[in-house]
Design a protein around this ligand. Sequence first.
Ligand code: MV4
Length: 425
Amino acid sequence: MGIKTVAVYSTADKDSLHVRFADEAVCIGPAPSRESYLNIPRIIAAAEITNADAIHPGYGFLSENAEFSKICEEYNIKFIGASPDMIAKMGDKATAKATMKAAGVPTIPGSEGLIDSIEHGLKIAEEIGYPIILKATAGGGGRGMRIVKEPSEFKKAWDDARMESGAAFGNDGLYLEKFVEEPRHIEIQIVGDHTGKACHLSERDCSIQRRHQKLVEETPSPFITDELREAMGKAAIKGAEAIKYEGAGTIEFLVDKHRNFYFMEMNTRIQVEHPITEEVTDFDLIKEQIKVAAGETISGRNYFPKLFAMECRINAEDVAHGFRPSPGKIINLHIPGGRGVRVDSHVYAGYVIPPNYDSMIAKLIVSGQSREEVIVRMKRALEEFVIDGIKTTIPFHIALLNDPKFNEGDFTTKFLETFDFSLIK
Ligand code: MV4
């Protein structure tokens, strides 16, 4: 777009590629994120001294922080993301669910808002039937959640979930819903503009997760029919337009084995897995975010892609030892390429992966004409990918892509719970 860029970085990231490639770079503090990437005054100061018009927050750290969005507003720096009110409303999961339900988006049967006592919770659980799940309203990513199979387990689950969410989020509010067994995690990418119009870019299947960390995402979902895609797309747009959502966002759904779908959460940021949607739609989602932030309107049409794409997250982790982090120096690096192969990364040969942050070091994104083509192309790319000096999730991905059930597209969010990791080097 011809826009000049300023990178901010902590001392731990001084050698990262984004720092080298940006037009300017400002160090905002030491490795601990509280003192750098989460330190709002330092980031605002970096924007002010470089005369930045806007801040793109990426997908971690302050990307869904209402306070940061508000402070950017106050300092006349355009936050390329959701408004403070939107972040707050969707960040409170019980409020988000009630908002979507009121808009006519299907939600999982459960409490109307928060539960105020064990007796109250037991009564609702009795009505909807066990198993149920208790969820932290401030949660997300699986923290502060407890499954309750029968009334005798309720009190302990309630106490544990309250304690955990209070400690983790400073908010111990819980809501309750029917527990959906063996669901799929399927999310719809949406983009909205300032006129209140939203469109969708179809779905991503993110069911391949381990401990709430996504490892592989793909589009289209092998489980989704054309009719279901249309219904989920319509529901996502209805939800987005009801809240006048502006920018790129994701509506996450749980899909049960009967292909009923239910709103789960909304992400008010660009996500790690957005490139698979880009590969099948030809949208540059970051460019869309910038255009919408600059006040442009969207085309308004919905996308039902004919192409297929998959992303494997390459993490610096030792799969054979429970995916434990494996930071250190990359001695030798070969990045795969060719038609339909995209690698998004900040690393290079000689780079030292710091132990301070998330262990994702690259995204390998493959596209093609069919799911079968994507899988063979992905296997070829994974085998060509050389990252010497550290352990990575590449051997896991190769094993997964050789799994018959995965090849059939027969998997739910529980798939990796029974996956045999023992043969992976
Ligand atoms: C659920 C569920 C089953 N039933 N809600 C996990 C993270 C949070 N975003 C919501 N999660 C779940 N909510 C009901 N009513 C199962 C999960 C869940 C899950 C969801 C998506 C992807 C992976 C998951 C792994 C375990 C549990």
